[in-house]
Design a protein. Structure first.
Ligand code: ADP
Length: 172
């Protein structure tokens, strides 16, 4: 049941047609490198205008905007923890990114949500550990909530895709 609601896709999150894509933003919400830069480029400058009105976002929290020129209706901006050895509450903060993003998606009637691998780029979170948190937190959420109907994890490389598949098979 839950497994049917989770999909792992290799691709570019800016091209995905879902109700909401999640952005691995930084706390300013004013754009950055990696997936954040790609989302802002694809959405157009109106996204930055709306983000300016939000006055930033704390690590582990999430805020929502429209998707503008993206195929997605909404962008949920969440700020992942910077990896700092694993003893600075990183895992709890990363869990919060997923649970708060999903909660915000449900509040906005989003039936489908796509996540990138939050914190695993510039923020250096070890990939396998981050993947386990992403999937475990999502599974827990889906056990307790009827929505969203579909959660898609977007993998930017074949290697990421394989680790996500393996982790999902191990956990479910
Ligand atoms: P963070 O600062 O949270 O680490 P990054 O943007 O540096 O965020 O990286 C997060 C993940 O997003 C990385 O695993 C990276 O490979 C991936 N990524 C980068 N661009 C895209 C994209 N266009 N679509 C999906 N994933 C992407």
């Amino acid at each position: 049941m839950i497994k049917e609601k989770i999909e792992i896709v290799k691709g570019d999150i800016t091209k995905i047609e879902v109700d909401a894509i999640v952005n691995a933003a930084n706390s300013s919400l004013l754009g950055g490198g990696g997936v954040d830069g790609a989302i802002h480029r694809a959405a157009g400058k109106e996204l930055l205008h709306e983000c300016r009105l939000l006055h930033g976002c704390k690590t582990g929290e999430a805020k929502i905007t429209k998707g503008y020129n993206l195929p997605a209706k909404f962008v949920i901006h969440t700020v992942g923890p910077v990896w700092n050895g694993g003893t600075h509450n990183e895992s709890v903060l990363l869990e919060k990114c997923f649970s708060n993003s999903l909660t915000l998606a449900v509040k906005n009637n989003c039936r489908s949500v796509a996540f990138p691998a939050i914190s695993t780029g510039i923020y250096r979170y070890p990939f396998e550990q981050a993947t386990e948190i992403a999937i475990k937190t999502t599974v827990e959420f889906l056990k307790q909530n009827n929505f969203p109907e579909k959660v898609i994890f977007i993998c930017f490389s074949e290697e990421m895709f394989n680790i996500y598949k393996k982790t999902l098979d191990e956990l479910l």
